[in-house]
Design a protein around this ligand. Sequence first.
Ligand SMILES: [Zn+2]
Length: 395
Amino acid sequence: MDKSTCKFKISPKELLEFFIERGELTIPLISKELDLSMPTTNKLISYLYDNNYIINVGKGETGEGRPPSLYKVNNNIGFFMGVDIKKDFIYINLMDFGGNILRNKNCKYNLENSYKGIKDLCNLINETLKEWSVNKTLLKYIGINIPGRIHTEEGMSHTYFSFLEDPITEVLEYELNHKIVIENDTRAMFLGELFLEKYREKNIVFINVGWGLGSAFLVNGEIVRGKDGYAGELGHFYAYDNEVLCHCGKKGCLETEVSGSAFYRKLMDSLKNGKSSILSKKFNNNDRITLFDIIEATNSEDLLCIDIVEHIGSELGKHVANLINLLNPELIIIGGSMAATGDYFFLPLKSSVKKYTLKIVNKNTNIVLSKLNDNTGSIGACFIAREKYLKKMTV
Ligand SMILES: [Zn+2]
């Protein structure tokens, strides 16, 4: 349909987005809520119905007269895959057009800045597509979250896979033969969190404490991306006069003391210095220790791990306090792998926030630990993939 000759006040795509948001709708209801004439609504519905974007699911309720037909999004018109890359794992989800999560899994993966890292990622995605028997033509987009600086529009990743001259999206599209969209891992997690928890607050700060440290913001109901999409690099705030080299190449970044990688380094240093932990045996045998192992040890009451995680929580609290003073948010959500250490991490953090914020600014700010698991990012990636598909629709 040529939009330039279209007389509708809204496009079929916009009506489809309205269906995605609202669920089941009748023509009179759409006409009323979107202030469209009945013939116009009929034409829009016919277009979406004839092209299989919506289906008829029976009759709607009405006070009098003939009950109108009830329509909803056709869940099977297309599917989206979300992939969330973490340090030691990737999480993968499959979502239908209506937003239902159909499949999910996690696989071991070693994130490294190399061709091998890209090859391994493609192999895992291809194996999963095969395992789940995903119909190739119906898979509309794959959303992939990558840690670090991501330019979504240009498809460039500037932290991992940064050695490529071409956009990583082009390389992945060539390897996988599917449309790809990339996003920063923290922002994707935040979008997943917003969708799943249905938060009503309009000013939210999301902190992702995983292997690295990132943040994402909702200000007056809008996601903050900055000019090129690099907003939220909390991990690279200058915070310490230390000699620890950050992976960004600088020294003194907050992430060097407050992150899963800092947790790992501090634990390794302590074990090298002869301190004991339930991970000592693995350490002495030179077995690989992952962040997951360390979080598990913390939750098994390992005192050395608890001491370190308490310190990290308290340090993070100081900077959360700075963000509260700066942005006056209604809600702070602490997410990421480290959130799984619960109160060991959260109580020192909250105490530090209380100590360092201005009382009047902090008065109406609620701080919560994310209740969602590590899967949130890949669910966010599915929504980003659907958003990208809808953005590209020309009707
Ligand atoms: Zn840094």
